[in-house]
Ligand binder design. Structure first.
Ligand SMILES: Nc1ncnc2c1ncn2[C@@H]1O[C@H](COP(=O)(O)OP(=O)(O)OP(=O)(O)O)[C@@H](O)[C@H]1O
Ligand SMILES: [Mg+2]
Length: 360
C-alpha cells in the first residue's frame, strides 16, 4: 500500500526533530530512510507505526489517514535493531506470536511458521530458545515474526546493525530478495550508505529533520541535489574545493585549480548562481593521477597511498588542499612524489557557494 507523510512536523518539547516532511512511498516500494545519527529517521518511522504522534500533519496508509489510529489498527509490522524476542519462548512461539494474539488456530499457525521458516532457512531452529541462537539467527527469527502475517507495510529500523560485517552483507541480500518475492511496501531505516545504495528502490536522504533528496540510488549518486548529499553518499567521499566564478574572464578560479569555461557553463552560472562563490565537487574515482606532466593538469604531491587490493586510494596535496583519488592498484607511486591531477570534466559537480544547491 502507498504511504504518505503530509506536512509532518514533530517536536519533542521545544526541540524540532522533523520539519514539514512530505514524502510519498509507492505501493510495493522498498524505500530507505538514510541520514546521520539524530536526523529523525527513527522518529519518522515510529510515527508511521503509531508509536509517536506527529505535532502536526497527517500520515496516510493507502488513502486512510492513520494519525488517530492505534498502532495495532494500522496493520504494520516492525523490526528493531534490538530484535526484542521473548526469551522464554521457543523460536516457533516467537514467530507465531502475532497469529496467536489474533486467535489463529494452531494448525494454521504451524503452516504459516513452516512457510516463513522455509523462506528464512530457520526450519531446524524452531524448537530452540533465543539464547541458543547466533545474532544472525535471532535476526532472522525477528524478521520471521514480522513476516508471518502479511502486513500493509513492513518497517525496519537498522535491523542489521548488530551483526558482523559478513552477515550484514548476506542478510541485506536476503531482505532484498524477500521484498521482491512478497512485494510489501517497506520502509527501511539506516545510516549505512552501502545498505541504502544496495537495497533501495529509492533513497530518502535526511539531515537535521529535513528531507534533502528523494531519488533512486544511481540518481542520488550521479546527480546529488546539494553539497550535503554529494558529500554524504560515496566512499571515499567527494572532494570539494571552494572557488569563484569570474564571469568577465570566462574562468573559474578555484585557487590552485584554474578552469577556462565555455559559453554553455557561463549561461548556467549567470542564471543559477546566487553569488560568485562556488564549490567544485569531484568524486575520487573521477580524478586521474599521472606521474608525468600532462597539459592542463594540476600539479600536486602525494601525501599518502592506501592500497586496498582492488584499487588504491591516493591522497594528494595541492597547495592547501587535499584531493583524494581512487586509482588502479598497480600504479607505481609513492609518498612525496610529484603527480599531475586531471578531473573527468563530465563528472564535475558544481554547488552554489551560499545555498549549496546543485548548480549544474
Ligand atoms: N522521546 C524523545 N524525547 C526527546 N527527544 C527525542 C526523543 N526521541 C528522539 N529524540 C531526539 O530527536 C532527534 C531525532 O531522533 P531519532 O531517534 O529520530 O534519530 P535517528 O535519525 O533515528 O538517529 P540514530 O541513527 O542515532 O538512530 C534526536 O536529536 C533525539 O535526541
Ligand atoms: Mg534511529
Amino acid at each position: 500500500m502507498e504511504v504518505r507523510y503530509e506536512n509532518i512536523t514533530k517536536q519533542f518539547g521545544e526541540t524540532p526533530v522533523l520539519e514539514n516532511l512530505n514524502l510519498t512511498i509507492h505501493d510495493g516500494e522498498f524505500l530507505v530512510l538514510l541520514g546521520p545519527s539524530g536526523c529523525g529517521k527513527s522518529t519518522a518511522l515510529r510515527m508511521l507505526a503509531g508509536l509517536e504522534d506527529p505535532t502536526s500533519g497527517e500520515i496516510y496508509i493507502g488513502n486512510q489517514p492513520v494519525t488517530d489510529m492505534e498502532p495495532k489498527e494500522r496493520d504494520i509490522s516492525m523490526v528493531f535493531q534490538s530484535y526484542a524476542l521473548y526469551p522464554h519462548m521457543s523460536v516457533f512461539e516467537n514467530i507465531t506470536y502475532p497469529l496467536k494474539i489474533r486467535k489463529v488456530s494452531k494448525a494454521e499457525r504451524k503452516k504459516q511458521a513452516d512457510r516463513v521458516a522455509e523462506i528464512l532457512e530457520i526450519g531446524n531452529l524452531l524448537k530452540r530458545k533465543p539464547k541458543e541462537l547466533s545474532g544472525g539467527q535471532r535476526q532472522r527469527v525477528a524478521l520471521g515474526r514480522s513476516l508471518i502475517r502479511e502486513p500493509n507495510v513492513f518497517l525496519m529500523d537498522e535491523p542489521l546493525s548488530n551483526l558482523d560485517a559478513k552477515l550484514r552483507v548476506h542478510m541485506r541480500g536476503e531482505i532484498k530478495r524477500l521484498h521482491t518475492e512478497l512485494g510489501i511496501t517497506s520502509v527501511y531505516v539506516t545510516h549505512d550508505q552501502t545498505e541504502a545504495m544496495t537495497m533501495a528502490d529509492r533513497i530518502a536522504i535526511m539531515e537535521g529533520g529535513h528531507l534533502q533528496q528523494l531519488a533512486a540510488p544511481n540518481e542520488i549518486y550521479n546527480k546529488p541535489t546539494n553539497k550535503y548529499v554529494g558529500g554524504f553518499i560515496g566512499s571515499p567521499a567527494m572532494n570539494f574545493v571552494k572557488g569563484r566564478y569570474k564571469g568577465k574572464e570566462d574562468r573559474l578560479d578555484f585557487d590552485v585549480f584554474d578552469f577556462p569555461i565555455d559559453h554553455e557553463w557561463r549561461e548556467i552560472f549567470e542564471r543559477e548562481l546566487s553569488g560568485d562563490d562556488l564549490y567544485l565537487g569531484v568524486r575520487p574515482e573521477d580524478v586521474q593521477v599521472s606521474t608525468t606532466p600532462q597539459p592542463g593538469a594540476v600539479k600536486g604531491e602525494v601525501y599518502v597511498v592506501e592500497p586496498l587490493g582492488k584499487e588504491m586510494i591516493t591522497i594528494v596535496r595541492v597547495g592547501d588542499h587535499t584531493v583524494m583519488a581512487c586509482i588502479e592498484p598497480d600504479v607505481d607511486i609513492e609518498m612525496n612524489q610529484e603527480v599531475w591531477l586531471q578531473f573527468k570534466n563530465h563528472k564535475l559537480h558544481m554547488f552554489d557557494g551560499k545555498t549549496e544547491a546543485k548548480v549544474v
